[in-house]
Design a protein around this ligand. Sequence first.
Ligand code: IPM
Ligand code: MN
Length: 353
Amino acid sequence: MYKIAVIPGDGTGPEVVAEGLKVIDAVCAAEGIEYQTTSYDFGGERYLSSGEILPDGAVEELSGYDCIYLGAVGHPDVEPGILEKGLLLRLRFELQQYINLRPVKLYPGVECPLAGKGPEDIDLVVVRENNEGLYCGSGGFVYKNTPNEVAVQEMINTRFGVERCLRYAFDYCRRRNAARQLTLCAKTNVLTYAHDLWWRAFNEIGEEYPDIRRDYAHVDATCMWMVKNPEWFDVIVTPNMFGDIITDLGAMIQGGMGIAAGGNINPQGVSMFEPIGGSAPKYTGQGKINPLAAICAGAMMLDELGETNAASKVEKAVMKVTDGKLESLSAGKMGHSTSRVGDMVVEALESEM
Ligand code: IPM
Ligand code: MN
């Protein structure tokens, strides 16, 4: 019996999580997988009414689950950074979810903004370091709000943190067994200390993986190639901030935020799965948001739990829906409501079983 913590969160988070759970429920019933969910009201509303983001003991409690299913974090009435740092980043860090795994895959029938590119060209995975880099919150101000103000924000790269991320990426690339090519995306020509560490560790660890071809691209060039020749990539490993940026670009080439999912992974602990698009507050409660990203995040969660059959059934069902059943993947333009799209995935699942 799996124990799943659910954090629907802000904005459209609850609507898309409901559809994800609908699909998980259907596939688990069919596959004989038992699970129970517990929902937590963490997010902007709770913070605005109580001043509290995560109550004492919450992180410890969450660490007792098999996984966490998250909708979205971000509220228009809360200053930027508060919920991001207090909830999302705090969970990523304290639960040691040191990998952010973001597949970029163009499903059949999905409109791609890149001319002449189709599903055979866009199928890569970004392994984003998720606990270090510019995200650590190290730094500060001196003489704030004076003409002499100094603002420093440090990029932290530890040998330990870099190595565990690289090892995960090499192992993942081997497991995926596609082109067996791992690209390090960094900026070694400018970040000659921080990314020199990445470069050296990449090559040293890479020696243990003779079956994986090592490739390197600077982050600016990576953006260029992702648009011009996305078929060149198999798995990309990259520091936290670059991973944040290139996966939004990745989401666009796979059809938009309506389909892009990710996992915050602690391979030895509790992982957390989420659609990567955010809370989209202007669509809250309108039934216009696309739930496929959340449904795909649910499939990733099943996969990480070891339920690979269930995960691939959900993915196939999603492909049946994208292939001809939606007018668009964009919010409000799907031709169907949020919950109808969830039903369509369930119907596609059932037609397979
Ligand atoms: C993401 C988001 C987060 C990040 C924000 C909300 C802190 O953009 O998951 O990519 O920068 O990691
Ligand atoms: Mn982001």
